[in-house]
Design a protein around this ligand. Structure first.
Ligand code: 4AD
Ligand code: MG
Length: 429
């Protein structure tokens, strides 16, 4: 019977066949231990010389990444965290691999990135993609179970919700177009048609940042809710993030173990999350020794990390100054220098994972803000019209998938959280 490695627990004591690759092997003159992988998991195969000498010679000659059908009996194995291994009885080689470039020795990051198409096969990268996949699944589950509809915004756009400096320009026949920076403006239109919606798709930022948190192409989840005040949106955010963390802890145990992720830090992630105003955060930073920071400055990674370290859960920094945030954010009635917005900062130095706000719903105010921001009114006419026909208070947010994967997996750089990351100076493979 043909099975996959993840089905092995159901076949203890049975003779089965698995299509797989050789990850690594070790052994002596008497026994070979084959590390097998098939995409669903990793398992050890054992070949004993005494039992079958020609099979033993085949096993000894296997190269890294050779593909094969391997047949044998599944046995319990309490030394491995998977819990099962195979006593191999037959090996049918499908394709012999020679000179696989990624060997068990240490390679530099650039070399691994050049070989990303192969690096994806390694144990750690496999675990990170499993966690990414779980977050994707749990995102759909969360929003569908809570009455949201998925509405897909366009990728080719004429607008720039997050400022004009980071746009990817392209020609759209005779017109100018940009790759979407965010689906938000379209999600707002959809919320006026469907109430609670979310988008989940690729977004693009031509940012000249070369940090461990920035990608040029990243995936964003953007919920938008009609009749939700900013406070209501914060509650959605903390419940959604708590859900993602609990689902990853429950379904990705082996992956987290393979990544040596300290899960106690994740087990603490329960709503509600603490909140600190931007203004208080400035004071806190001054006390912590950032003497040069002034009210009105934006936060960089060291500032965010310092603020996050002050709490043991993700923290919302609320009410940033209007000048450093996007044009569409509603003014804070209690302090008109600031807006009704929040950035959610993850613990352990992973930085901002969510940006969100209440949106301006008054026509004249929004028009004025678009003009003040130097944007071309023509491109936003449709967006303004949402404030002309039954405008309502509404709020939404955007969660960055790759930063969230990095945080939950415990990997230091977002380049390992996208299957084929687009980075400054990297379009290959
Ligand atoms: O804070 P941002 O720019 O917010 C928006 O785009 C809003 N329109 C969202 C909304 O309200 N619907 O981006 C949101 C999140 C960030 O918190 C971060 O997690 C991620 O997107 N992000 C990036 N991730 C990787 N690389 C980049 N260059 C990123 N820029 C933003
Ligand atoms: Mg932001």
């Amino acid at each position: 019977m043909k099975i996959s490695i993840n089905q092995a627990p159901k076949h203890e004591g049975q003779k089965v066949t698995i299509g797989c690759w050789l990850l690594q092997k070790r052994g002596s003159g008497k026994i070979q231990f084959l590390q097998l992988r098939d995409g669903t998991g990793f398992m050890q195969g054992i070949v004993v010389k005494e039992n079958d000498e020609s099979l033993f010679e085949t096993a000894k000659g296997l190269n890294q990444e050779t593909s094969m059908y391997i047949t044998g009996t599944i046995k319990a194995d309490d030394r491995s965290s998977f819990g099962y291994e195979m006593e191999v009885e037959d090996i049918e080689i499908i394709h012999e691999s020679h000179g696989y470039p990624i060997t068990p020795k240490n390679h530099g990051a650039e070399f691994l990135m050049d070989n990303r198409h192969l690096w994806l096969r390694s144990k750690k990268q496999h675990a990170v993609m499993n966690i990414r996949n779980q977050i994707i699944k749990s995102t759909y589950d969360y929003f569908f179970d809570n009455g949201y509809k998925k509405i897909d915004p366009p990728i080719l756009t004429s607008s720039s919700p997050e400022g004009t400096t980071e746009l990817f320009h392209t020609k759209y026949f005779d017109e100018d177009a940009y790759l979407s920076q965010s689906g938000q403006l379209y999600a707002e239109a959809a919320a006026m048609a469907h109430g609670k919606v979310f988008s989940f798709g690729p977004t693009f930022r031509a940012e000249k940042s070369k940090t461990r948190r920035h990608l040029i192409e990243f995936w964003m989840i953007e919920p938008e809710m009609a009749f939700y005040k900013h406070e209501d949106s914060l509650e959605v955010q903390e419940q959604y993030v708590e859900y993602l963390v609990t689902q990853v802890l429950e379904h990705c145990k082996l992956d987290l173990e393979r990544l040596d992720r300290d899960t106690t830090a994740l087990e603490r992630i329960k709503a509600p999350f603490p909140r600190i105003t931007y203004t208080d955060a400035i004071e806190l930073l001054k006390e912590k020794g950032f003497e040069d920071i002034e009210w009105g400055d934006d936060f960089g990674a060291p500032h965010e990390t310092e603020i996050a370290n002050h709490f043991d859960k993700p923290v919302f920094i609320i009410n940033y100054p209007k000048e450093i945030k996007s044009f569409y954010m509603e003014e804070n009635p209690e302090d008109p220098r600031t807006v009704l917005c929040a950035d959610l900062i993850a613990p352990e130095g992973y930085g901002e994972v969510i940006g969100g706000s209440e949106r301006i719903h008054d026509y004249d105010t929004l028009k004025q803000r678009i003009e003040e921001s130097g944007l071309n009114l023509d491109a936003y006419e449709w967006y303004l019209e949402l404030r002309k026909y039954g405008s309502v208070p509404h709020s939404g947010f955007g969660l960055g998938l790759e930063r969230t994967v990095a945080w939950l997996s415990g990997v230091q750089h977002v380049r390992e959280t996208a299957p084929f990351p687009r980075l400054l100076n990297r379009l290959y493979p």
